[in-house]
Design a protein around this ligand. Structure first.
Ligand SMILES: [Zn+2]
Length: 186
């Protein structure tokens, strides 16, 4: 089921998400709805607060973005990120590990606004998946940026809070929707 994405100004975007106590069928269905909604909006990520739910759940799919690569390491082994998409991350904990770098971001809750955001280039992630299993991995590139963008949503933090140039730029002509990526929204 495609859910309604709330836009900037909606109070849900500022509410911190509650931890998920049990990954049950209701949570799995919600995560599946998030994935369907993200894909319909052509985003690379979508967090529960963006559909009005104050829960620590977000979904990611960077597999359609070829021009901004991602890296993924599981147990020290490089893994093709596309093979793990879409990702459902529940109660995620992030540990930034890389140098900070600038990158363009958009957000599905801010149509037509893009900004230059500085974030750590890579991050270690520990979370539950949709089966309630603990997953941990390290990632870089667009995947790292998208995950950090979505993690912010779970704390009521929005990308406009982090814009280094403090100037929201209009989307270039013909740019696609965003959430987490360059010309992608999250
Ligand atoms: Zn966003």
């Amino acid at each position: 089921m495609i859910l309604e994405i709330v836009k900037y100004g909606h109070p849900a975007l500022r509410l911190p998400g509650r931890r998920v106590e049990a990954v049950d069928d209701e949570v799995r269905q919600f995560a599946a709805d998030l994935v369907e909604t993200m894909r319909a909006a052509e985003g690379v990520g979508l967090a529960a607060p963006q559909v009005g739910r104050a829960l620590q759940v977000f979904v990611i799919d960077v597999s359609g973005v070829k021009e901004r690569p991602s890296t993924l390491e599981i147990d020290g082994q490089s893994v093709d990120p596309a093979s793990r998409m879409p990702m459902v991350l529940i109660n995620p904990e992030l540990t930034p590990t890389g140098e900070w770098e600038n990158g363009a971001e958009g957000c599905l809750s801010f149509p037509e606004i893009y900004g230059e955001i500085s974030r750590p280039a890579s991050v270690e992630v520990k979370a539950l998946n949709e089966h309630g299993q603990t997953v941990s991995f390290r990632c870089g590139g667009l995947l790292s940026r998208a995950i950090q963008h979505e993690q912010d949503h779970l704390r009521g933090i929005l990308f406009i809070d982090r814009m280094t140039d403090h100037v929201a730029r209009a989307a270039p002509e013909g740019a696609g929707p965003v959430d987490g990526g360059d010309d992608q929204g999250a």
